[in-house]
Design a protein around this ligand. Structure first.
Ligand code: FES
Length: 102
């Protein structure tokens, strides 16, 4: 299981063991990472799972994720991702994500 680090809004670093095949959002919510609300349950509608990629390499965002980032998310940066739309793989070990401010 790869370990993913989420940096919470107050700067707390949380190392989370993620299961390959689940979303980064699912791993974060299971670990109660602060600031990951996931109101829509992972259907790319709410942007309350928005994080910035700090370290690591993730697959490119698909169209639905990109549209929600453009039209729903706030404080969007080039590194923005909707963690519900990213499926965990073993290659993501060491990835660091900063939870976006609301
Ligand atoms: S959980 Fe709603 S967009 Fe990710």
């Amino acid at each position: 299981m790869p370990t993913i680090t989420f940096v919470e809004p107050d700067g707390t670093r949380r190392d989370v063991s993620a299961h390959p095949g689940e979303s980064l959002m699912a791993a974060a919510t299971r670990a109660n990472v602060a600031g990951i609300i996931a109101e829509c349950g992972g259907s790319a509608m709410c942007a309350t799972c928005h994080c910035y990629l700090v370290a690591g390499d993730l697959p490119e965002a698909e169209a639905l994720e990109a549209e929600t980032l453009e039209f729903v998310a706030q404080n969007v940066q080039a590194s923005s991702r909707l963690t519900c739309q990213v499926t965990v793989t073993d290659a993501m070990a060491g990835t660091v994500l900063q939870v976006a401010p609301r």
